[in-house]
Write a protein that binds this ligand. Structure first.
Ligand SMILES: C[S@@+](CC[C@H](N)C(=O)[O-])C[C@H]1O[C@@H](n2cnc3c(N)ncnc32)[C@H](O)[C@@H]1O
Ligand code: SF4
Length: 285
């Protein structure tokens, strides 16, 4: 098992599709240390919000790398500059940067990170609009170690266009044929893949396998469940039903109607059931 820490609910960007309620809280360094001491892990993922705006991010990176853990740092790429790159490089952290459309500043930052020997991976929330820019992105980011195509998850506020399976599969096919023509290793969320396709059989899925620890030290099997379990109604109207997702259709669970409406990744076999959720790992605030 790996762990993803949501170290902050602050962000310096504010994407309109973001699933997270950006309340401004941070996970304390002491809580991170305490949780890490109680778990036997290889890889630690740091996410948010934007992890680089956490006031103690440099201390967190150094502490985790000195423990001998490999770090996956998720970021929007804005702060990957001379101030942060040396610490990221010293910590031997690997970057996973969301890059949905070409942007000179982010491109420059990623080129610099690559130049400094940092592994760069890309996240891309795939839409009918974004697919056209994948060609440019791949041309520019030939050094990317991998690219993960994310399904745009509806928050129920009409800002995200949910795709029906046929439209989504055809979008995914177009995106993958572009990224693969540049030789970039491409992943996608299997819950949203055509189950009988060769690609779905070949490609391991990178999402949904981590334990997700929120800013208050509570652990969840999936980041998308966090706000829901905490009583927010932001995610309530998600319509993840069997007709929308082949995974749910093929793997029905008797009492999972609530989960089905939130996120199908939750009910995949990537969650081994050894934790009760949400479980309390850190100090309650
Ligand atoms: C919450 S962000 C945190 C890390 C960092 N701030 C970033 O944007 O990469 C983690 C990932 O979730 C993705 N994400 C956020 N809201 C989403 C949504 N509604 N549907 C799909 N992916 C989403 C982001 O694009 C990003 O790749
Ligand atoms: S940069 Fe990341 S955390 Fe910030 S709003 Fe966008 S998706 Fe959300």
């Amino acid at each position: 098992m790996d762990v993803a820490f949501n170290i902050t609910r602050k962000c310096n960007k504010g994407c309109d599709y973001c699933y997270l309620d950006l309340t401004g809280e941070d996970l304390s360094v002491d809580t991170i240390k305490k949780i890490l001491e109680s778990l036997n892990l290889k890889t630690v993922t740091l996410t948010g919000g934007e992890p680089l705006v956490h006031p103690d991010i440099k201390e967190i990176l150094s502490f985790i790398s000195q423990r001998g853990n490999h770090i996956h740092l998720l970021s929007n790429g804005i702060l990957l500059n001379d101030d942060y790159l040396p610490t990221i490089s010293e910590a031997n952290a690997e970057l996973f940067v969301t890059y949905n459309k070409p942007n000179k500043k982010i491109s420059g930052n990623l080129h610099q990170a690559n130049h400094e020997g940092i592994d760069v991976n890309l996240h891309h929330v795939l839409t009918e609009q974004s697919v056209a820019s994948l060609d440019n992105i791949c041309q520019d980011m030939g050094f990317a170690k991998s690219l993960l195509l994310l399904y745009p998850t509806d928050l129920g506020d009409g800002k995200v266009n949910m795709y029906n399976p046929d439209d989504w599969f055809s979008l995914l096919d177009r995106a993958i044929s572009t990224t693969q023509s540049y030789g970039i290793k491409t992943y996608f969320e299997q819950a949203f893949a055509k189950k009988d396709s060769e690609l779905a059989k070949q490609q391991p899925c990178l999402t949904g396998k981590d334990l997700f620890i929120d800013v208050n030290g509570m652990a969840y099997p999936c980041c998308l469940l966090v706000d829901k379990v905490q009583g927010s109604d932001r995610l309530t109207p998600i319509r993840m039903t069997p007709d929308r997702c082949n995974f749910i259709r093929d793997n029905p669970l008797p009492d999972s109607s609530e989960h089905i409406r939130i996120c199908p990744i939750v009910i995949t076999d990537r969650y081994d059931g050894s934790f009760q959720f949400p479980s309390h790992l850190g100090d309650k605030k």
